[in-house]
Design a protein around this ligand. Structure first.
Ligand SMILES: [Zn+2]
Length: 65
């Protein structure tokens, strides 16, 4: 689970996508969150809480620490 994220942040998800990549980029935030797969470019939409639960790590914020 992650608690902080913003537009253009790179997010590591718990489960890998069908293409094998686990990294996604946030392309829209709000009540629903859109993320784009770094491996295949597929864009999916999740509700905010579902997204936060399915996410494992915010790579962008980790790198700033
Ligand atoms: Zn993919």
């Amino acid at each position: 689970m992650i608690t902080e994220f913003d537009l253009d942040h790179r997010i590591l998800m718990r489960k890998p996508h069908a293409c094998g990549s686990s990294e996604w980029t946030v392309t829209r935030t709000g009540a629903d969150v859109k993320i784009k797969c770094a491996g295949c470019g597929r864009i999916i939409m999740l509700d905010r809480l579902e997204f936060m639960k399915k996410a494992k790590k915010n790579l962008t914020l980790e790198e700033r620490k």
